[in-house]
Design a protein around this ligand. Structure first.
Ligand SMILES: C[S@@+](CC[C@H](N)C(=O)[O-])C[C@H]1O[C@@H](n2cnc3c(N)ncnc32)[C@H](O)[C@@H]1O
Length: 221
């Protein structure tokens, strides 16, 4: 994500952290984009038509930019509480408030590393709102495994989001809270990768794959 909230004080930290990330296998986008791409391709094949996609909590739309030229894309709409007005042939940005007023329908939504910022206990409210827009949602988020794992996730979240002004959560999903979120949202999982390797090298060593999951959920009838 582009650090669009940069200022003079955090430029050095941001530059240094980008360098460390580059050297130590900290690129998060390659593998995430690949799995999002795979799940979108499956949906495209199932629906047998090009997809209208919502990138919810899109940030600077880095994932959308990478997939925008895929043959399954009809259009990708990005929306976030931060305003990022990137537009291209197939990408559009819609203001957060507008998104829910317009009630535009999408073939599928993807939500990458956003729900934990909204809050584990409130995530179902957001999914319920999004259920008015689509029956299919791809979610990438984190699982915590006890106190130390939670603090590690908080530290990495702080490091990854420094300069954005994004809320760092007090807790993350675990298997129980994730199941509850699905039940309260009235969705069910049709794909779940509970050990999703996001990083390489040192970054993968520090925050290994048990901390990341990817899910494809569909609305219950
Ligand atoms: C770690 S970034 C992920 C950005 C993008 N999805 C990606 O993977 O590159 C988290 C994003 O969640 C957004 N966010 C936080 N709270 C949100 C909310 N209540 N509704 C929508 N987006 C939110 C932030 O603005 C930020 O862009």
């Amino acid at each position: 994500m582009i650090r669009f909230k940069e200022n003079n004080y955090n430029k050095i930290f941001v530059g240094l952290s980008n360098l460390i990330r580059y050297i130590c296998g900290g690129d998060r986008l390659n593998r995430i984009t690949k799995i999002v791409d795979e799940l979108l391709t499956q949906t495209y094949l199932k629906k047998n038509r090009k997809l209208k996609i919502l990138d919810f909590g899109c940030g600077s739309m880095e994932i959308s930019k990478k997939i925008q030229n895929k043959n399954y894309v009809k259009q990708i709409v990005g929306s976030d509480i931060f305003k990022y007005r990137y537009v291209s042939n197939k990408l559009v940005y819609v203001d957060y408030d507008e998104l829910f007023k317009k009630k535009e329908k999408f073939d599928i939504i993807f939500i990458v590393d956003v729900l934990h910022h909204i809050g584990v206990d409130d995530a179902h409210k957001t999914i319920r709102k999004l259920s008015k827009l689509s029956d299919n949602i791809i979610i990438k988020d984190h699982f915590e495994h006890g106190y130390l794992s939670r603090q590690l996730l908080r530290f990495v979240d702080f490091y990854a989001n420094y300069g954005y002004g994004v809320n760092i959560p007090n807790k993350y999903f675990d298997k129980i809270s994730w199941k509850k979120t699905l039940t309260k949202s009235n969705y069910r999982e049709i794909f779940h990768n509970k050990n999703f390797q996001q990083h390489d090298g040192l970054f993968n060593f520090i925050l290994n794959k048990k901390h990341h999951f990817v899910s494809l959920i569909v609305a219950n009838e």
